[in-house]
Write a protein that binds this ligand. Structure first.
Ligand SMILES: NC(=O)c1ccc[n+]([C@@H]2O[C@H](COP(=O)([O-])OP(=O)(O)OC[C@H]3O[C@@H](n4cnc5c(N)ncnc54)[C@H](OP(=O)(O)O)[C@@H]3O)[C@@H](O)[C@H]2O)c1
Length: 277
């Protein structure tokens, strides 16, 4: 499995598993658990979850999937902005640990900016790290201005990632956020990498993928995976789709294919507010 190096020096899998909406439907639970376990078997050892997903149901499902193999997993979790005060963050983390049935989260992110001052959230994250309840921390959905502010607050310098919306049809971060993150060697976690499956219906991508002998999901994921400092976290609750998505790592897009994607899905030509899903 390809890896990405975090600012801490730790190498994490460049392909992880998203979990938004996993655990929502009891009838799907068995297949969802099997999918997460298969992903771990196949080397997708990074799992991304959040207290928000299903009000804790996704965390509970993850806890069940990783039971007995916690050491195999790099667990990413997120605190809701409404809980991100100093005491609220600590309490939210402890609730998440209980649902995950583990004693530590590997990377704990502020889900997006709310009304809690960054100084409070960061103080809590530092406290949680000292207590061994989280091994590292970062943010999600922060734009460049917010990112600079966050990094300037005590503790902010240890930020490990900014998890943001990034896929072929959502390249806005390439204008200013991504270059700045690269300058500071902070990798991006690309969420909704297939635009919640909408990208798979795009005729341009369908035609491109057919020419490459790949599926549209593989082409879209391979484009992100070609970047050295991007961690991609597609979500699926189906084993066959997981195998398909992981197939994106079995080939590299050639320079002409990458140029063709640049033409079909052009980079931004100016700044735009950071989009969120
Ligand atoms: N930080 C944030 O604010 C934020 C926001 C959004 C997402 N995220 C994280 O990023 C993860 C991924 O993003 P996402 O879930 O929004 O979207 P996504 O990964 O782009 O797409 C997921 C959707 O695509 C379907 N799918 C997956 N592989 C497929 C394939 N090969 N063929 C056809 N359909 C396929 C899935 O359905 P099935 O499950 O039925 O296969 C699901 O409906 C989330 O799960 C979450 O962990 C974070």
């Amino acid at each position: 499995m390809k890896t990405v190096t975090l600012p801490s020096g730790e190498r994490v899998p460049a392909f992880g598993m998203g979990t938004w909406h996993l655990g929502d439907h009891p009838a799907a639970r068995k297949e969802e658990l099997a999918t997460l376990r298969l992903g771990l078997d196949m080397g997708a050892r990074l799992i991304d979850t959040a207290e928000m997903y299903g009000g804790g149901r996704a965390e509970e499902l993850v806890g069940e999937a990783i039971a007995g193999r916690r050491q195999d997993v790099f667990l990413v979790d997120k605190v809701l902005p409404s809980n991100a005060s100093r005491r609220g963050t600590v309490a939210a983390c402890e609730r998440s640990l209980r649902r995950l049935k583990t004693d530590r989260i590997d990377l704990y992110l502020l889900h997006w900016r709310g009304s809690a001052p960054f100084s409070e959230t960061l103080a809590a994250l530092v406290e949680l790290q000292r207590a061994g309840k989280i091994r590292g921390y970062g943010v999600s959905n922060l734009d460049l201005v917010e990112m600079k502010e966050w990094r300037s607050v005590a503790g902010g310098e240890a930020t490990q990632t900014d998890q943001v919306l990034y896929n072929l049809s959502r390249r806005d971060i390439e204008w200013d956020l991504l270059p700045w993150l690269r300058q500071h060697r902070i990798p991006v976690m690309a969420y909704s990498p297939i635009e919640q499956a909408r990208l798979l219906e795009d005729p341009k991508l369908i035609a491109f993928a057919r020419q490459c002998g790949r599926t549209p999901a593989q082409a879209a994921l391979a484009w992100l995976s070609a970047k050295e400092d991007v961690i991609v976290i597609p979500k699926t609750g189906h084993r066959d789709r997981l195998r398909e998505n992981l197939g994106a790592l079995d080939f590299a897009l050639t320079p002409p294919q990458l140029s063709e994607l640049e033409r079909l899905f052009p980079p931004p030509s100016g700044p735009r507010p950071l989009q969120m899903l």
